[in-house]
Design a protein. Structure first.
Lengths: 181, 242
């Protein structure tokens, strides 16, 4: 069932929670996505010479590792502790071709924006209070990561806060980025 | 709203109590007894909000009306947004803003908060409640001395940062408590934007990417996301001021 939310004349699709995929399925998916982000950060670190950007990058990578750990606990036996292979292969070419610090930061900003959108998508589907709370605790942080990288890349307000409402636009779709590739 | 039949379906779908907490069960199938004064407070004294009714089996059948707990959170949300809009309006007209970065941020954030207020008001109506359409008076009283004491851009950024943090914490604190599950995503969508506001202000306080001349670089806390997760520290409790 498709539900829509209207804010200031703009319509955002929300979807009523359903039983499929399950909370555990979504948790297992998020483990791989967070670990993919960690691996992207590891590659990006070598291309960020500025000490402030480098420090923030390492801090955020550690936070994503912690996110993965939390979701692995939620996923239990279904947890697959490896980076999402398709997300890694989709992101690395952009990183490899980024020739300047600003463009590297831009890749990281885009990735974090996709993570925020993904958490919005996940929040529309989770059922358990504990999982909803965990997802709601992480979504704002992905948003903040995106802003930091965008500002360091010289982006303006409307580029780091593009909408009045976080939507799932650009989310990492579990059906297109399966856990095992 | 989720009825008893749907609750039973969820319990039998394999998740059991791990998928459907005791709190959710009580919200759907439980009972509550509230004083008429509290009911009036939740409704803002206006038209009565729709309630979930349940029947207690026994020698005599009694129906107790329970107002939706979601309305309290939604009314708090619009009251916070209206407060922030009023704060930014005051700041914009104070003559204290010097930098274009901060002037632009105040205007942009204010417009977004106005839209958030509209969202919370509409959501309140959609759930049968009376929207709260003005600034939260308790928050206003609590922060009055800081607002009256604003003397420069640095004061403004610090106050705005704290207020945006309060909003983000408050919306996070509601996660997993809604009777209408859709509201978890909807309110989180608002909190994501508040978190972005926090990040912009945090970067300004950290002097990133370049320091503003009138805002000393803050060295006592990291720019953003120190914990890696949003917490409820500083959250305003539902029902406060509304």
């Amino acid at each position: 069932m498709e539900t829509k939310l209207t804010v200031a004349g703009a319509t955002f699709p929300l979807t009523a929670p359903s039983a499929t995929p399950t909370d555990v399925d979504l948790a297992a998916f998020l483990v791989t996505v967070e670990l993919a982000v960690v691996s992207v950060y590891a590659t990006a670190a070598g291309k960020l010479a500025d000490p402030k950007a480098s420090t923030l990058s390492r801090t955020f990578a550690a936070q994503h590792q912690n996110h993965a750990t939390a979701w692995a606990e939620a996923a239990g036996d279904k947890a697959v502790r490896r980076a999402n292979p398709r997300l890694v292969s989709a992101t690395m070419p952009d990183l490899a071709s980024a020739a300047t610090a600003a463009s590297v930061l831009g890749v990281l900003q885009t990735l974090e924006d996709r993570m925020a959108a993904t958490y919005q998508f996940v929040l529309e589907r989770l059922l358990s209070d504990a999982h909803l709370e965990l997802a709601a605790s992480i979504l704002p942080v992905e948003c903040q990561h995106a802003v930091v990288f965008g500002m360091l890349a010289g982006k303006g307000l409307k580029e780091v806060i593009p909408a009045n409402f976080q939507t799932r636009d650009g989310f990492i779709d579990p059906s297109l980025f399966p856990i095992k590739g | 709203m989720h009825g008893m039949a749907e609750a039973i379906d969820r319990l039998s779908e394999g998740g059991g109590w791990t998928e459907f907490t005791r709190r959710r069960f009580l919200q759907v199938g439980g009972i509550g007894v509230l004083s008429s004064a509290l009911l009036a407070a939740c409704n803002g004294g206006g038209s009565p909000s729709p309630v979930t009714s349940t029947t207690i089996p026994g020698p005599t059948t009694t129906t107790i009306a329970v107002p939706s707990p979601d309305i309290a959170v939604l009314r708090l949300g619009s009251s916070i947004e209206h407060y922030v809009v009023s704060l930014y309006g005051l700041v914009a007209g104070s003559g204290l803003l010097r930098s274009s970065a901060l002037t632009d941020a105040v205007k942009y954030f204010s417009d977004q908060h106005a839209d958030h207020a509209g969202f919370f008001e509409q959501a309140t109506r959609d759930h049968g409640g009376q929207p709260f359409t003005s600034a939260n008076p308790v928050i206003g009283d609590t922060l009055k001395s800081r607002v009256d004491g604003l003397r420069n851009e640095a004061d403004i950024v610090k106050l705005a940062y704290d207020v945006e943090q309060m909003a983000a914490a408050t919306y996070f604190a509601s996660a997993g408590t809604f009777q209408d599950l859709i509201l978890n995503a909807a309110v989180a969508g608002v909190s994501g934007v508040e978190a972005r506001h926090v990040a912009v202000l945090g970067m300004i306080l950290a002097g990133l990417p370049q320091p503003l001349s009138d805002v000393p670089v803050r060295k006592d806390s990291p720019a953003v996301a120190p914990n890696g997760v949003q917490t409820g520290t500083g959250a305003v409790a539902p029902g406060t001021g509304v």
